[in-house]
Design a protein around this ligand. Structure first.
Ligand code: DGI
Ligand code: FE
Ligand code: FE
Ligand code: FE
Length: 188
């Protein structure tokens, strides 16, 4: 249904070669995680390929869409990191004519996660974090957690991300915190 070669060309046309190569590695990692976790491999591959489709658009493009599509107005205060998933899904509909909600949602949530994530959402979230070229301190532990279970991987990543944002003094989008509370926060 989705012409793979055609989508690859469309993604490549929007990104630097470096970012495009990352998308191909995320596609590959997503396919592996899908095979390991009983998720549709083609769907996971397409979502992985497309996840950063909008990453290199101008701020103005994102801000305009946030305003005209009735998205959370607070999004405007958070920047490309938070925009390219949520708003990127709108550009994927408009430009690639892909309306598959499981794919679009996995793209929307790939950076900040959500309290409830489907297995496909979790796969794209994790594939982006652990693809073979990632080399931050802790990536091996993240790969091991993800191999144990997707949920362990998600917990690891959201804790790492929140920690990173706080270390940097970056603003935390409320949904990032909601993801953290749902997956990590436990009373004891
Ligand atoms: O697009 P990638 O570089 O492959 O990776 P990504 O989509 O996971 O993350 C993009 C950036 O978004 C990353 O540097 C961390 C940042 N980010 C994640 N959550 C938040 C955030 N930035 C802000 N300001 N607030 C958040 O809640
Ligand atoms: Fe991204
Ligand atoms: Fe990510
Ligand atoms: Fe990415």
């Amino acid at each position: 249904p989705y012409r793979h070669e055609e989508l690859m060309a469309k993604v490549a046309a929007q990104l630097t070669d470096k970012r495009y190569q990352h998308c191909l590695r995320v596609e590959d990692t997503a396919r592996q995680l899908a095979a390991d976790n009983g998720v549709d491999i083609e769907l996971a591959g397409i979502a992985g390929l497309l996840h950063d489709y909008a990453k290199q658009r101008d701020d103005q493009t994102f801000i305009q869409l946030i305003k005209t599509r009735g998205m959370d107005p607070d999004l405007v205060s958070y920047g490309n990191g938070v925009w390219h998933g949520y708003v990127g899904a709108e550009l994927i509909k408009d430009e690639l004519h892909i309306y598959n909600e499981p794919i679009l949602n996995a793209v929307r949530l790939h950076t900040v996660g959500a309290p409830y994530m489907t297995k496909l959402d979790q796969i794209i979230f994790m594939a982006d974090f652990i693809e073979p070229a990632r080399d931050f301190p802790g990536v091996e532990a993240a790969r091991e957690a993800t191999a144990k279970s997707l949920a362990d991987g998600v917990r690891f990543q959201i804790q790492h991300t929140l920690d990173y944002l706080i270390q940097k003094g970056a603003p935390v989008y409320p949904q990032t915190l909601a993801t953290y509370n749902a997956w990590v926060g436990g009373v004891d």
